[in-house]
Structures are given as structure tokens and as C-alpha cells.
Write a protein that binds this ligand. Sequence first.
Ligand code: ZN
Length: 120
Amino acid sequence: MGFLKRLLGGADNAKPAGEYVDTQGIYFYVQCDRCGAGVRLRADKQHDLLNEENGFSWHKTIVDSRCFRPMPTVVTLNAAYEVVAHEITGGHYITKDEYEALLAQEAEAKRAAIEPPPSE
Ligand SMILES: [Zn+2]
């Protein structure tokens, strides 16, 4: 009964059902130019961004978990936290979809390495 009530928006309909929305974080997706590893990064609006004249900037040295080469980056955001420019050395920015495709590819490669090919 309680579940149904929640489902229909009884008790706590202040929050959208189910999905957690991270309003404090901004996510960036980067691919290393050297080894091709994808990295997901979260910048906290309150703690990680620097106030600039027309918005914010984010300074970070990204390190992937494969070759560990540092990729220094500076992202410029407007007052609405939208990315207006980014600079990065040693890697490049990708979209969330590209990042997820990369993860799927890596998982597939790992599986192929562990499992022997089916014998006939
Ligand atoms: Zn790398």
C-alpha cells in the first residue's frame, strides 16, 4: 500500500520518482590520447570551480587509470554552468555517449581476453 501511494505521488512527490539528480556536480568525459582510456570526472559547483568575471573556470590535472599520464585541463563555463571553452593537453573531450561506448568496448575486450573462443 505504501509503495503504491508513493508511486502515485502521495508522500514525497517533491523529488522526481526514482532518479537521483546530482545538481551539485558537473560531469566531464575525457579520452587519453596516448592509451585511449576514457575518464569520467565530476566537478563540484561549490568546491571545484573558480569564480570568473562571466562565469567559472575549472582547473584540473586528469590522470587516467591505464597509462597514468597527466592531462592538464582548463574548462571555462558561463554563469549557467555551460561549457564555453576547454583546453586540454594529452587528451580530448568526448561526449557521455562516446564515453559509455568506450566502456562497453573495454568490457567487451576484457571478456574476449578472458574467455577462450568457442571451440567447434
Ligand atoms: Zn592514458
